[in-house]
Design a protein around this ligand. Structure first.
Ligand code: PAJ
Length: 291
Protein backbone atom coordinates (compact mmCIF):
# COMPACT_ATOMS: atom_id res chain seq x y z
CA UNK A 1 0.00 0.00 0.00
CA UNK A 2 1.65 3.24 -1.09
CA UNK A 3 1.15 6.27 1.13
CA UNK A 4 -0.23 9.40 -0.55
CA UNK A 5 1.93 12.50 -0.49
CA UNK A 6 0.51 14.98 2.02
CA UNK A 7 0.58 18.59 0.89
CA UNK A 8 -0.29 21.64 2.97
CA UNK A 9 0.67 24.39 0.55
CA UNK A 10 -1.10 25.49 -2.64
CA UNK A 11 2.13 25.76 -4.62
CA UNK A 12 3.08 22.17 -3.71
CA UNK A 13 -0.27 20.93 -5.06
CA UNK A 14 0.24 22.84 -8.29
CA UNK A 15 3.69 21.27 -8.68
CA UNK A 16 2.48 17.72 -8.01
CA UNK A 17 -0.43 18.09 -10.45
CA UNK A 18 1.87 19.64 -13.07
CA UNK A 19 4.23 16.68 -12.85
CA UNK A 20 1.34 14.22 -13.13
CA UNK A 21 0.05 16.06 -16.20
CA UNK A 22 3.51 15.97 -17.80
CA UNK A 23 3.23 12.17 -17.54
CA UNK A 24 -0.11 12.43 -19.37
CA UNK A 25 -2.26 11.70 -16.31
CA UNK A 26 -5.96 12.55 -16.07
CA UNK A 27 -6.38 14.31 -12.74
CA UNK A 28 -9.30 13.99 -10.30
CA UNK A 29 -10.31 15.77 -7.12
CA UNK A 30 -12.39 14.39 -4.24
CA UNK A 31 -13.19 17.27 -1.87
CA UNK A 32 -13.88 16.20 1.75
CA UNK A 33 -13.86 17.55 5.27
CA UNK A 34 -12.19 14.37 6.55
CA UNK A 35 -13.53 11.96 9.19
CA UNK A 36 -13.66 9.63 6.23
CA UNK A 37 -16.14 6.75 6.08
CA UNK A 38 -17.38 4.30 3.46
CA UNK A 39 -19.35 7.09 1.73
CA UNK A 40 -16.16 9.04 1.09
CA UNK A 41 -14.35 5.81 0.18
CA UNK A 42 -16.87 5.17 -2.61
CA UNK A 43 -15.91 8.53 -4.16
CA UNK A 44 -12.19 7.82 -3.78
CA UNK A 45 -12.63 4.41 -5.45
CA UNK A 46 -14.61 5.86 -8.34
CA UNK A 47 -11.87 8.46 -8.83
CA UNK A 48 -9.17 5.76 -8.63
CA UNK A 49 -10.98 3.61 -11.20
CA UNK A 50 -11.64 6.43 -13.68
CA UNK A 51 -8.56 8.69 -13.48
CA UNK A 52 -4.77 8.44 -13.17
CA UNK A 53 -3.87 10.94 -10.45
CA UNK A 54 -6.29 11.21 -7.53
CA UNK A 55 -6.17 14.23 -5.21
CA UNK A 56 -8.29 14.13 -2.04
CA UNK A 57 -8.71 17.34 -0.10
CA UNK A 58 -9.25 17.23 3.65
CA UNK A 59 -10.31 20.63 4.92
CA UNK A 60 -12.93 21.52 7.51
CA UNK A 61 -14.08 24.65 5.73
CA UNK A 62 -14.89 27.39 8.25
CA UNK A 63 -16.93 29.52 5.82
CA UNK A 64 -19.65 26.88 5.41
CA UNK A 65 -20.40 26.62 9.15
CA UNK A 66 -22.85 28.96 10.85
CA UNK A 67 -21.90 30.72 14.12
CA UNK A 68 -23.76 28.16 16.24
CA UNK A 69 -22.75 25.09 14.25
CA UNK A 70 -20.19 22.37 14.95
CA UNK A 71 -17.04 23.82 13.30
CA UNK A 72 -14.97 23.59 16.49
CA UNK A 73 -16.03 20.07 17.43
CA UNK A 74 -16.14 18.63 13.89
CA UNK A 75 -13.99 15.46 14.06
CA UNK A 76 -10.43 15.77 12.64
CA UNK A 77 -8.82 12.29 12.77
CA UNK A 78 -6.08 13.13 10.24
CA UNK A 79 -3.84 10.07 10.72
CA UNK A 80 -6.76 7.68 10.35
CA UNK A 81 -7.95 9.59 7.27
CA UNK A 82 -4.52 9.32 5.68
CA UNK A 83 -4.63 5.54 6.21
CA UNK A 84 -8.05 5.44 4.51
CA UNK A 85 -6.67 7.48 1.60
CA UNK A 86 -3.72 5.10 1.29
CA UNK A 87 -6.06 2.09 1.30
CA UNK A 88 -8.08 3.57 -1.56
CA UNK A 89 -5.05 4.45 -3.67
CA UNK A 90 -5.14 8.24 -3.35
CA UNK A 91 -2.03 9.84 -4.85
CA UNK A 92 -2.02 13.16 -3.02
CA UNK A 93 -3.85 14.59 -0.02
CA UNK A 94 -4.27 18.35 0.18
CA UNK A 95 -4.77 19.25 3.85
CA UNK A 96 -4.30 23.02 4.14
CA UNK A 97 -4.51 25.17 7.26
CA UNK A 98 -7.46 27.62 7.36
CA UNK A 99 -5.03 30.57 6.95
CA UNK A 100 -3.73 29.03 3.70
CA UNK A 101 -7.24 28.96 2.19
CA UNK A 102 -8.42 32.19 3.83
CA UNK A 103 -5.48 34.49 4.48
CA UNK A 104 -5.99 37.71 6.41
CA UNK A 105 -8.07 40.10 4.30
CA UNK A 106 -9.84 37.43 2.19
CA UNK A 107 -12.83 39.15 0.57
CA UNK A 108 -14.17 37.16 -2.40
CA UNK A 109 -17.16 34.78 -2.26
CA UNK A 110 -19.23 32.88 -4.81
CA UNK A 111 -23.01 32.77 -4.55
CA UNK A 112 -25.36 30.56 -6.52
CA UNK A 113 -28.42 32.72 -6.00
CA UNK A 114 -31.85 31.16 -5.30
CA UNK A 115 -30.53 27.58 -5.22
CA UNK A 116 -28.45 28.47 -2.15
CA UNK A 117 -31.51 29.70 -0.21
CA UNK A 118 -33.82 26.69 -0.59
CA UNK A 119 -34.05 23.52 1.58
CA UNK A 120 -30.88 23.34 3.73
CA UNK A 121 -30.03 26.92 2.77
CA UNK A 122 -33.13 28.19 4.60
CA UNK A 123 -31.91 26.96 7.99
CA UNK A 124 -28.18 27.32 7.23
CA UNK A 125 -27.79 30.86 5.80
CA UNK A 126 -24.38 31.31 4.16
CA UNK A 127 -23.69 27.57 4.07
CA UNK A 128 -23.75 27.14 0.28
CA UNK A 129 -21.86 30.40 -0.25
CA UNK A 130 -19.09 28.83 1.83
CA UNK A 131 -19.33 25.52 -0.04
CA UNK A 132 -19.32 27.14 -3.51
CA UNK A 133 -16.39 29.38 -2.56
CA UNK A 134 -14.20 26.62 -1.19
CA UNK A 135 -15.04 24.23 -4.04
CA UNK A 136 -14.19 26.90 -6.63
CA UNK A 137 -10.90 27.54 -4.81
CA UNK A 138 -10.13 23.81 -4.76
CA UNK A 139 -10.96 23.58 -8.49
CA UNK A 140 -8.57 26.48 -9.12
CA UNK A 141 -5.79 24.98 -7.02
CA UNK A 142 -6.00 21.39 -8.32
CA UNK A 143 -7.48 22.10 -11.79
CA UNK A 144 -8.90 18.58 -12.01
CA UNK A 145 -10.42 17.03 -15.13
CA UNK A 146 -13.05 15.34 -12.96
CA UNK A 147 -14.39 16.07 -9.47
CA UNK A 148 -16.43 13.61 -7.38
CA UNK A 149 -19.38 14.41 -5.12
CA UNK A 150 -21.95 12.32 -3.26
CA UNK A 151 -25.71 12.35 -3.92
CA UNK A 152 -26.01 12.33 -0.11
CA UNK A 153 -25.73 16.13 -0.32
CA UNK A 154 -28.21 16.59 -3.16
CA UNK A 155 -28.45 20.37 -2.87
CA UNK A 156 -24.67 20.69 -2.73
CA UNK A 157 -24.52 18.76 -6.02
CA UNK A 158 -27.11 21.12 -7.60
CA UNK A 159 -25.20 24.20 -6.40
CA UNK A 160 -21.85 22.91 -7.69
CA UNK A 161 -23.24 21.78 -11.03
CA UNK A 162 -24.85 25.20 -11.50
CA UNK A 163 -21.67 27.05 -10.52
CA UNK A 164 -19.65 24.87 -12.89
CA UNK A 165 -21.99 25.60 -15.80
CA UNK A 166 -22.47 29.30 -15.02
CA UNK A 167 -18.75 30.02 -14.62
CA UNK A 168 -17.68 27.74 -17.53
CA UNK A 169 -15.38 25.71 -15.30
CA UNK A 170 -13.55 23.01 -17.28
CA UNK A 171 -14.33 20.28 -14.73
CA UNK A 172 -16.60 17.24 -15.19
CA UNK A 173 -18.72 16.81 -12.06
CA UNK A 174 -19.44 13.16 -11.21
CA UNK A 175 -22.13 12.23 -8.70
CA UNK A 176 -21.90 8.95 -6.76
CA UNK A 177 -24.80 7.13 -5.05
CA UNK A 178 -25.53 7.33 -1.31
CA UNK A 179 -23.82 4.69 0.84
CA UNK A 180 -26.02 3.51 3.73
CA UNK A 181 -25.80 1.45 6.90
CA UNK A 182 -27.64 -1.89 6.84
CA UNK A 183 -30.69 -0.24 8.46
CA UNK A 184 -30.84 2.48 5.79
CA UNK A 185 -29.17 5.36 7.66
CA UNK A 186 -27.01 7.32 5.21
CA UNK A 187 -23.37 7.36 6.31
CA UNK A 188 -22.31 10.76 7.65
CA UNK A 189 -19.42 12.07 9.71
CA UNK A 190 -22.09 13.53 12.00
CA UNK A 191 -23.66 10.14 12.83
CA UNK A 192 -21.01 9.75 15.53
CA UNK A 193 -22.63 12.61 17.49
CA UNK A 194 -25.83 10.56 17.97
CA UNK A 195 -26.58 8.97 21.34
CA UNK A 196 -27.40 5.22 21.13
CA UNK A 197 -31.07 6.08 21.50
CA UNK A 198 -30.96 8.73 18.73
CA UNK A 199 -29.03 6.31 16.54
CA UNK A 200 -31.86 3.80 16.91
CA UNK A 201 -34.40 6.36 15.70
CA UNK A 202 -32.24 7.83 12.91
CA UNK A 203 -33.26 5.32 10.18
CA UNK A 204 -36.64 7.09 10.16
CA UNK A 205 -35.27 9.49 7.52
CA UNK A 206 -34.82 6.68 5.02
CA UNK A 207 -38.08 4.99 6.08
CA UNK A 208 -39.99 8.23 5.44
CA UNK A 209 -38.39 8.54 1.99
CA UNK A 210 -39.29 4.93 1.16
CA UNK A 211 -42.90 5.39 2.25
CA UNK A 212 -43.22 8.51 0.12
CA UNK A 213 -41.68 6.68 -2.83
CA UNK A 214 -44.25 3.89 -2.43
CA UNK A 215 -47.02 6.46 -2.40
CA UNK A 216 -45.76 7.92 -5.69
CA UNK A 217 -45.34 4.44 -7.15
CA UNK A 218 -49.00 3.75 -6.30
CA UNK A 219 -49.97 6.81 -8.36
CA UNK A 220 -50.04 9.74 -5.93
CA UNK A 221 -49.11 12.93 -7.80
CA UNK A 222 -50.18 15.60 -5.30
CA UNK A 223 -47.00 17.23 -3.92
CA UNK A 224 -48.72 18.40 -0.72
CA UNK A 225 -49.90 14.88 0.13
CA UNK A 226 -46.47 13.37 -0.50
CA UNK A 227 -44.91 16.06 1.68
CA UNK A 228 -47.49 15.36 4.40
CA UNK A 229 -46.66 11.64 4.28
CA UNK A 230 -42.97 12.48 4.77
CA UNK A 231 -43.75 14.81 7.68
CA UNK A 232 -46.08 12.30 9.39
CA UNK A 233 -43.50 9.56 9.22
CA UNK A 234 -40.73 11.83 10.58
CA UNK A 235 -43.00 13.08 13.39
CA UNK A 236 -43.45 9.48 14.58
CA UNK A 237 -39.73 9.32 15.49
CA UNK A 238 -39.49 12.24 17.89
CA UNK A 239 -36.84 13.97 15.77
CA UNK A 240 -37.55 17.62 14.87
CA UNK A 241 -38.18 17.87 11.12
CA UNK A 242 -36.33 20.84 9.66
CA UNK A 243 -37.95 20.27 6.28
CA UNK A 244 -39.57 17.56 4.20
CA UNK A 245 -39.81 18.32 0.51
CA UNK A 246 -40.90 16.86 -2.81
CA UNK A 247 -39.35 19.18 -5.41
CA UNK A 248 -37.93 19.28 -8.92
CA UNK A 249 -34.61 17.42 -8.75
CA UNK A 250 -32.80 19.99 -10.88
CA UNK A 251 -34.19 23.35 -9.83
CA UNK A 252 -35.19 22.33 -6.26
CA UNK A 253 -38.39 24.33 -6.91
CA UNK A 254 -41.84 23.10 -5.84
CA UNK A 255 -43.65 21.04 -8.46
CA UNK A 256 -47.15 22.37 -9.08
CA UNK A 257 -49.84 21.25 -9.53
CA UNK A 258 -48.61 17.67 -9.92
CA UNK A 259 -45.39 15.72 -9.44
CA UNK A 260 -43.61 15.05 -12.72
CA UNK A 261 -40.23 14.07 -14.18
CA UNK A 262 -37.50 13.63 -11.56
CA UNK A 263 -38.74 14.34 -8.07
CA UNK A 264 -36.24 14.91 -5.27
CA UNK A 265 -37.63 13.70 -1.95
CA UNK A 266 -35.43 15.36 0.66
CA UNK A 267 -35.58 15.51 4.46
CA UNK A 268 -33.60 17.13 7.27
CA UNK A 269 -34.19 16.16 10.89
CA UNK A 270 -32.66 17.29 14.16
CA UNK A 271 -31.90 14.80 16.89
CA UNK A 272 -30.87 17.10 19.73
CA UNK A 273 -28.11 19.30 18.29
CA UNK A 274 -27.35 16.87 15.46
CA UNK A 275 -28.91 17.59 12.09
CA UNK A 276 -29.19 14.70 9.62
CA UNK A 277 -30.19 14.87 5.95
CA UNK A 278 -31.20 12.26 3.39
CA UNK A 279 -32.85 12.10 -0.02
CA UNK A 280 -33.93 9.92 -2.91
CA UNK A 281 -34.84 10.78 -6.49
CA UNK A 282 -38.05 9.25 -7.84
CA UNK A 283 -38.69 9.16 -11.57
CA UNK A 284 -42.33 9.90 -12.36
CA UNK A 285 -43.40 8.43 -15.72
CA UNK A 286 -44.82 10.92 -18.24
CA UNK A 287 -48.62 11.14 -18.01
CA UNK A 288 -50.64 10.01 -21.02
CA UNK A 289 -52.22 12.94 -22.84
CA UNK A 290 -56.03 12.87 -22.41
CA UNK A 291 -57.84 11.54 -25.51
P1 PAJ B 1 -18.06 15.95 3.47
O1 PAJ B 1 -19.30 16.05 4.29
O2 PAJ B 1 -16.81 15.44 4.09
O3 PAJ B 1 -18.39 15.08 2.23
C1 PAJ B 1 -17.44 14.90 1.19
C2 PAJ B 1 -18.14 14.20 0.03
O4 PAJ B 1 -18.57 12.89 0.45
C3 PAJ B 1 -19.40 14.96 -0.42
O5 PAJ B 1 -19.44 15.00 -1.85
C4 PAJ B 1 -20.51 14.13 0.17
O6 PAJ B 1 -21.73 14.22 -0.56
C5 PAJ B 1 -19.92 12.72 0.08
N1 PAJ B 1 -20.61 11.81 1.00
C6 PAJ B 1 -20.80 11.98 2.34
N2 PAJ B 1 -21.53 10.97 2.84
C7 PAJ B 1 -21.81 10.14 1.81
C8 PAJ B 1 -22.54 8.92 1.69
N3 PAJ B 1 -23.14 8.35 2.74
N4 PAJ B 1 -22.62 8.35 0.48
C9 PAJ B 1 -22.02 8.92 -0.61
N5 PAJ B 1 -21.32 10.07 -0.56
C10 PAJ B 1 -21.22 10.68 0.64
O7 PAJ B 1 -19.54 17.72 1.56
C11 PAJ B 1 -18.53 18.17 2.11
O8 PAJ B 1 -17.68 17.42 2.88
C12 PAJ B 1 -18.11 19.64 1.97
O9 PAJ B 1 -19.25 20.42 1.82
C13 PAJ B 1 -17.13 19.88 0.80
C14 PAJ B 1 -17.75 19.53 -0.57
C15 PAJ B 1 -15.83 19.10 1.01
C16 PAJ B 1 -16.77 21.40 0.75
O10 PAJ B 1 -16.19 21.81 1.95
Amino acid sequence: MTQPIVLKEIEAVRQAVKQARQRGARVSLVPTMGALHAGHASLLRAARAETDFVVASIFVNPTQFGPNEDFERYPRPLQKDLQACAADGVDAVFAPEPATMYPEGFRTFVEVTELQDLLCGASRPGHFRGVATVVLKLFQIVQPDVAYFGQKDAQQVCVIQKMTRDLDLPVAVRVCPIIREADGLALSSRNQYLTPEQRQRAPVLYQALQQARELIDRGERNPALVQKALEDCLASSGGMADYAAAVDAETLRPLQPRLRRNVLLAVAVRFGATRLIDNIVVRVPAEKAPR
